[in-house]
Design a protein around this ligand. Structure first.
Ligand SMILES: Nc1nc(=O)c2c([nH]1)NC[C@@H]1CN(c3ccc(C(=O)N[C@@H](CCC(=O)O)C(=O)O)cc3)CN21
Ligand SMILES: O=c1ccn([C@H]2C[C@H](O)[C@@H](COP(=O)(O)O)O2)c(=O)[nH]1
Length: 283
């Protein structure tokens, strides 16, 4: 939590105003931040200085792992966070590749679970990684990437947290996740939870011990209309002790994740937080 608040404060202190063409808004921006989560010790990075919708965050990452490309599937899992990008951005609504209501196009898991090969066919990156890690193999390239510039014109948005690189040291599993663009008041709240859960879940289904997750942010920003509540409300609050996340131990395989897992398989214990803050969302 301290890492998060320090980054917010750093943006206020050192941030530079940058115009963003896609959203038509200005963002106070810093470049490069590194966050670390001790997943092995159960240090769940849930924001406590406002109410954080952790179920929504976990539903998102679960949808990516399943390869979903449709906001309706995300809603069924428990999050509405893709509704606006799928249905309210005029550039995407005009895109001939959009397959209709709720379609997100070729992004996130739709790429990572079905990565197109130049010589034909595709690769399921996640399946390959899980297969390797389960046998104790780390080929130094166990990378789940959602980044495919050749598909950007067929998606509602480019992936923000676009690469997840797993590593084994003995029986301990590590994760390095990279994010190119970060909406600190809204997106990062979710992304910290997602990096933690991704390492915890993949460790669980491969029979490894979770170690550290390292989360790199390249462009971190606060949109101009989010600045006042961040500066005058959220950063004035004292954080509470972090809560704990419990994951159903019956989740044992990738197939479990793909088929029966729901938000009921996740529980947060001891979550004490300040009141909700509604930050404006830029589509
Ligand atoms: N501008 C922008 N910021 C983002 O963080 C973001 C995007 N766009 N587009 C793609 C996804 C969608 N994500 C989202 C979308 C909405 C919320 C949001 O509205 N959060 C509220 C309420 C959440 C809820 O009720 O479930 C929050 O207070 O956290 C968060 C992340 C993260 N991503
Ligand atoms: O997981 C996510 C997804 C999106 N974001 C934010 C970062 C930016 O504010 C927008 C994406 O806009 P681009 O113009 O494509 O950079 O969404 C996030 O923080 N986390």
């Amino acid at each position: 939590m301290k890492q998060y608040l320090d980054l917010c404060q750093r943006i206020l202190d050192e941030g530079v105003w940058v115009d963003n063409e896609r959203t038509g808004k200005r963002c106070l921006t810093v470049i490069n931040a590194d966050l670390t989560y001790n997943v092995g010790a159960g240090e769940f990075p849930l924001v406590t200085t406002r109410k954080s919708y952790w179920k929504s965050a976990i539903a998102e990452i679960l949808g990516y792992l399943r390869g979903y490309d449709n906001a309706a599937d995300f809603r069924q899992l428990g999050t509405k966070t893709w509704d606006a990008n799928a249905n309210e951005n005029q550039v995407w609504l005009n895109n001939p590749y959009r397959k209709g209501e709720d379609d997100m196009g070729l992004c996130y898991g739709a790429i990572g679970r079905n990565f197109p090969k130049p010589d034909g066919g595709s690769i399921d990156l996640l399946k390959q990684i899980v297969h390797d890690l389960k046998r104790g193999v780390d080929n130094r390239g166990e990378i789940l990437t959602f980044y495919h510039p050749g598909a950007f014109h067929m998606a509602c948005l480019r992936p923000c947290m676009y690469s997840h690189h797993f590593s084994l040291l003995g029986e301990t599993l590590y994760l390095n996740s990279t994010q190119r663009s970060c909406d600190v008041p809204l997106g990062l709240n979710f992304n910290m939870v997602q990096v933690y859960v991704l390492l915890a879940l993949v460790a669980q289904i491969t029979g490894k011990k979770a170690g550290y997750a390292y989360h790199k942010l390249v462009n971190s920003h606060i949109y101009e209309d989010q600045l006042a509540p961040m500066r005058d409300v959220q950063l004035k609050r004292e954080p509470f002790e972090p809560p704990r996340l419990k994951i159903n131990p019956d989740i044992k395989t990738l197939e479990d994740i793909e088929t029966w897992v729901t938000m009921d398989d996740f529980e947060v214990e001891g979550y004490e937080c300040h009141d909700a803050i509604q930050y404006p969302f830029s589509v």
